[in-house]
Ligand binder design. Structure first.
Ligand code: PLP
Length: 446
């Protein structure tokens, strides 16, 4: 570290515009400088240690400080720091990564289009879905259905497909041709229905929307396996099978957004495998490289790839399949494989985490603890019997989050839900540490 801390804070306040922040408010307290990471821990500029129960931003699946990745990156940097994949060229790492990623994606998915981020992946499938239908003489099939409170990125298409009101309000979104249906958020919106009944009801909103728009006008439906940024909302068991049935019966593409759930988070390589459905396309990012370098992509099923193969595709990014990012991703996937981390989530640390997470339901301010694999959503509620929400839900979440932070635990709060998504290498003892610190944070909400 070269600059001293107060210098850095002043420079940041003067020059750095942070995403998802109000700068006048941020500058009052100053951005927290994160200086280094090791395993599941990060350290701030003053040396304070935090357990990162959020893996950066749902990214760092293999944990911090993996020299296998930094060494692969250094080798690739020296050999070939950049080349494109546009004009009939490729690189070894991009090619091998395409093979490796699709190997884990199931037998009907054998192609991937590389991007730099999840948002670019969203823009990519959004265009490709329309190309797919047009190529088959169905140029009218352009409408896309997504969900309220879903998250698919910050580009114009991404923010439009996402169902976040605050994002729509900035930039006159959503753009034309995008429609939203409800979310399977039983605790807040399920009323008197059982979770299973509610899951079916929410899935059937898709059918109703297709009827309203006309089947011959709808290109695709997109959803995250488990809504992440929306609050780790785990759908009832009836939801996904019904969604898959409707997409098939009504001949619209099913797009499963794997940006968070991909690469082991739910105890399978991909979230759709956990829920037993097959996507036509699936955006990926984050865990693909564990965030060590930016890289994303879109998995493309044979059904779609075979049609697209007949078309000249006018779409791509300068850094699609960037060789250094691809080498980081390859080294990352090798760690996931060699250390059996995906199976570990399914068979060992996932069940351990689930039991610990569920144990929080005995706390008086916890309405419900939802968990799949290493992804947990904790609903705060002043009265769990009636599933009441806090009058100021955002304040409840922020209060718990800040007390956790004070106590050396990084959690995220989405309104009145606490979100956890730790690195897949977290140990049993570290799960215990997380739960104990979170419990301490919850005590402040009493
Ligand atoms: N899709 C999902 C489900 C996400 O959670 C995110 C980011 O959090 C994105 C897409 C966008 O990814 P990125 O921020 O890499 O553009």
């Amino acid at each position: 570290m070269t600059a001293n801390l107060s210098n850095l804070a002043a420079i940041d306040a003067a020059h750095h515009m942070h995403p998802f922040n109000k700068m006048t408010e941020l500058n009052e307290k100053g951005a927290r400088l994160i200086a280094r990471g090791e395993g599941v821990y990060i350290f701030d500029g003053a040396g304070k240690k935090y357990l990162d129960a959020f893996a950066g931003l749902w990214c760092v699946n293999v944990g911090y400080g993996r020299t296998e990745i930094t060494e692969a990156v250094s080798r690739q940097m020296q050999e070939l720091p950049y080349y494109n994949t546009f004009f009939g060229t490729t690189t070894e790492s991009a090619t091998l990564l395409a093979q490796k990623v699709t190997e884990h994606a199931g037998q009907n998915i054998n192609r991937v289009f590389f991007t730099n981020s999840g948002s670019e992946a969203t823009d990519t499938w959004f265009r490709l879905a329309r190309v797919y239908w047009k190529a088959q003489g169905k140029a009218e099939k352009v409408q896309v259905i997504a969900r309220r409170n879903g998250y698919h990125g910050s580009t114009v298409a991404g923010a439009s497909l996402g169902g976040m009101k605050l994002m729509h309000e900035q930039g006159n979104l959503p753009i034309e041709g995008i429609h939203h249906i409800g979310q399977p958020y039983w605790f807040a919106e399920g009323g008197d229905l059982s979770p299973e009944e509610f899951g079916l009801k929410m899935a059937r909103e898709l059918e109703a929307k297709i009827d309203e728009l006309g089947e011959d006008k709808v290109a695709a439906f997109v959803a995250e396996p488990v809504q992440g940024a929306g609050g780790v909302i785990v759908p009832p068991s009836t939801y996904w099978p019904e969604i898959a049935r409707i997409c098939k019966a009504r001949n619209i593409l099913l797009i499963v957004d794997e940006v968070i759930c991909g690469f082991g988070r739910l105890g399978q390589w991909f979230g759709h495998q956990h829920f037993g459905v097959e996507p036509d396309m699936a955006p990926i990012a984050k865990g693909l490289s564990s965030g060590y370098l930016p890289i994303g992509g879109v998995l493309i099923s044979d059904r779609v790839a075979d049609v697209l193969a007949q078309e000249e595709i006018h779409h791509g990014y300068t850094y699609s399949g960037h060789p250094v990012a691809a080498s980081a991703a390859l080294a990352n996937l090798a760690i996931l494989e060699n250390e059996g981390l995906v199976d570990r989530v399914r068979d060992d640390i996932g069940p351990y985490f689930a039991k610990a997470w569920k144990s929080l339901e005995d706390h008086e301010v916890v309405g419900e603890a939802q968990v799949v694999g290493l992804m947990g959503g904790l609903q705060l509620s002043p009265d769990k019997a009636t599933r009441r929400r806090y009058a100021k839900p955002d304040d409840a979440g922020v209060l718990v989050r800040n007390h956790c932070l004070e106590n050396g635990l990084v959690m995220r709060a989405t309104s009145d839900r606490m979100l956890a998504s730790p690195p897949l290498v977290i140990s049993h003892a570290q799960v215990d540490e997380m739960i104990e610190k979170l419990r301490g944070g919850l005590d402040h909400l009493r």
